[in-house]
Ligand binder design. Sequence first.
Ligand code: ATP
Ligand code: MG
Length: 268
Amino acid sequence: MPDVHVSMRGIEKTFPASGGGREVHALGPIDLELHRGEFFAIVGPSGCGKSTLLELIAGLAEASAGVVQFEGREIRGEIADRVGVVFQEDACFPWLSVAENVAFGLRKANLPAADKARRVDEALGIMGLQDFARHYPAQLSGGMRQRVCIARTLITEPRLILLDEPFGALDQQTRLLMGEEVLRLWRQTKATVFLITHALDEAAMLADRIAVMSARPGRLIDIVETGWPADRDSRIIERVEFGTITSRLWRSLRAESLKAGGRPADRA
Ligand SMILES: Nc1ncnc2c1ncn2[C@@H]1O[C@H](COP(=O)(O)OP(=O)(O)OP(=O)(O)O)[C@@H](O)[C@H]1O
Ligand SMILES: [Mg+2]
């Protein structure tokens, strides 16, 4: 039996009507268990409720129905200790240096300055930013700025890392290489990773399991196990099974993306 790290039972989210419109049934019902230490990805059409689901797991929003548990405790309206989030369109603070941006992640931690400095160095090292500690975000590439955002989360030593389309704005090659960094980070920290992406190739390369969500209200319509070894990297995209996985994801997703009428998910 896998060790259940996060469990969702009967999760639904409905947003109340606003401005004379109708209420929006964004999500659910969803039942899902994330296993401790697994890399889990979720793909789905735009507007199907992926970010909403992440907010429920993070404790940033409350479900209209159902229960979310992290490490056996119910999550409700508050970010749990040891849960790290990198938001969609996350941004660094332009007026802080790279090291100061990363240290911001520890602003609430009651730690001696020397320990904070050591953890900043470690997080910069894991994300390959050690030579840029004194640089400012404007002096970095888009991919490097994303790494700063991830390092800022990493420094809190999360056991669960929630990533909402962290590479959305990057070009294809940079995305694959950033994916390798995230895989390395996942192996080093042994954290459970929950990644939202609209890119099927990214999900297929990174994850142990991939869930496909339906058009709104988002439900899980397929779960694909990749069976990759933990020490994988982007070369895995050359494997025959990679094509099989992305084809299956695309088959599940295509009809849903057309239903959603929005941005179709990127074909691998
Ligand atoms: N705070 C809110 N108030 C009202 N409606 C909301 C709120 N947040 C999200 N929604 C609605 O819930 C639905 C799901 O939104 P969500 O952001 O979770 O989608 P998504 O799958 O992350 O989309 P994308 O791929 O474009 O990021 C949308 O219809 C959205 O308008
Ligand atoms: Mg979103």
